[in-house]
Design a protein around this ligand. Structure first.
Ligand code: UGA
Length: 436
């Protein structure tokens, strides 16, 4: 497994758990040393235990020595990062191509090389070309096998996938991939066997479609606010239509994370390159960026339009719960907007404060939700961590300077909060009077 980031580490540990012998490779010697010690560089529920157990049972090893790992392997996964290229939004494939060259040099016997990293359509062809140039004699096949796991639910998603997509025309490689995924095959997980280019595009199309769905319901939320409707009921009423489906219809402060923002941008670029522009995804990217900035203004409006000198308490900083990942989190834009407008920001996040410290300055990090709201003029729920769902609201009210809640994830009931005496602003919660 080349690359021991989110996807590489989770996939490697899960494959090992199925009984395969897995070596995770990374160029970061510090990370490999920590992993050998059983220390996981990211927060992902269940991962530490899974890694430790499989390492102890000798199915999972860690190394910086790519050559040894590859020469002994029947299957090599490329699971390195494909960040947004600075300036233009294309996926940066430097790490993928570097890995391809090094794998080619180390090949020994027939090897199936699998791109698990999210890569633009046509990357598998380029990987094959690079490897063939380096090793004209090499016996290998290049397969696309995109990963669909979510942060925070990664192990369950890997072990119970909605589908496994395998892209190759090479029959021998298909057999090898079937053997790798045999435990899931036996469990009747659906397999999509297709061409390499199709597999690559399935990944981007899936992430882009989910981003469209979120952005659509976010726009409906804005409309609900102006028309007196309730977006949660709109989502429920829509989602019960099985052609639409209930998932990914939670209105919020805009999508963030390490995947949707970069993958939507990369798809837009690929579509431009092939002269088949994706206007829908272009618009979604712009609308979502705008929304994250607009959330700061929403909080200000909830505070009567001016936050200068006010203390704002943010609950949750990570882009979603059960992760410490701060990449492209809506909280970043919200904090920026509030600070620019003269507010003091206090924040608490159960797992994300260390990461957040790298992205944010002048934020006072607190020890828990109650500490965070003490003396605050507003409490803003940015990330829907479970522990924020049943806070002692009487205690919160007693601690706050002003009893004011901006609930950007709709985890509280507006009427209940109003009955308790809070001023409450949710997302897509119109007042129900129907007036325009
Ligand atoms: C996403 C996809 O869901 C995975 O299938 C995919 O494998 C992954 O990207 C990837 O390409 O690696 P992830 O970024 O971990 O997974 O998180 P999601 O649960 O999809 O959430 C993404 C963002 O959308 C979060 O900011 C979340 O708050 C937001 N979201 C999600 C909403 O605002 N509303 C929703 O209804 C759902």
């Amino acid at each position: 497994m080349i690359g021991s980031g989110y996807v590489g580490l989770v996939s490697g540990a899960c494959f090992a758990d199925y009984g395969h012998s897995v070596t995770c490779v990374d160029t970061d010697a510090g990370k490999i040393a920590a992993l050998k010690d059983g220390k996981i560089p990211i927060y992902e529920p269940g991962l530490e235990e899974l890694v430790r157990r499989n390492a102890a049972e000798q199915r999972l090893a860690f190394t910086t020595a790519l050559e040894d790992a590859v020469s002994n392997a029947e299957v090599v996964f490329i699971a390195v990062g494909t960040p947004s290229r600075r300036g233009d939004g294309h996926a940066d494939l430097t790490y993928v191509y570097d890995a391809a060259r090094q794998i080619a040099d180390a090949l020994d016997g027939y090897t199936v090389v699998v791109t698990k990293s999210t890569v633009p359509v046509g990357t598998g062809d380029a990987v094959e070309r690079i490897m063939r140039e380096a090793r004209p004699d090499g016996k290998f096949a290049v397969v696309s096998n995109p990963e669909f796991l979510r942060e925070g639910a990664a192990i369950n998603d890997f072990k119970h996938p909605d589908r496994i997509v395998i892209g190759t025309d090479d029959l021998k490689a298909q057999d090898v991939m079937a053997a790798v995924y045999r435990p899931l095959y036996i469990n009747k997980s659906p397999f999509v066997m297709t061409s390499r280019r199709t597999a690559e595009l399935i990944k981007y199309a899936s992430n882009a479609f989910l981003a469209v769905k979120i952005t659509f319901i976010n726009e409906m939320a804005d409309l609900c606010e102006r028309t007196g409707a309730d977006v949660q009921d709109v989502a429920l009423g829509m989602g019960l239509d099985r052609r639409i489906g209930e998932k990914f219809l939670h209105a919020g402060p805009g999508y963030g994370g390490s995947c949707f923002p970069k993958d939507t941008r990369a798809l837009v670029k690929t579509a431009e390159d092939y002269d088949a522009p994706s206007r829908i995804v272009e618009t979604v990217v712009a609308v979502n960026d705008h929304r994250k900035r607009a959330m700061g203004r929403k909080v200000m409006a909830a505070c009567g339009g001016n936050v200068r000198g006010k203390v704002i308490a943010l609950l949750g900083l990570t882009f979603k719960p059960n992760t410490d990942d701060m990449r492209e989190a809506p909280s970043l834009a919200i904090v920026q907007a509030l600070q620019d407008a003269g507010a003091s920001v206090r924040a608490y996040d159960p797992k994300g404060m260390e990461q957040a410290g790298r992205f944010l300055s002048d934020v006072e990090f607190c020890s828990d939700a109650y500490d965070c709201v003490a003396g605050a003029d507003a409490m803003v729920i940015v990330t829907e961590w479970e522990q924020f769902r049943a806070l002692d609201m009487q205690r919160i009210m007693a601690l706050m300077k002003e009893p004011r809640i901006a609930d950007l994830r709709n985890i509280y009931d507006r009427r209940e909060m109003k009955d308790l005496g809070f001023s409450y602003t949710g997302i897509g919660k119109g007042e129900g009077n129907g007036s325009a």
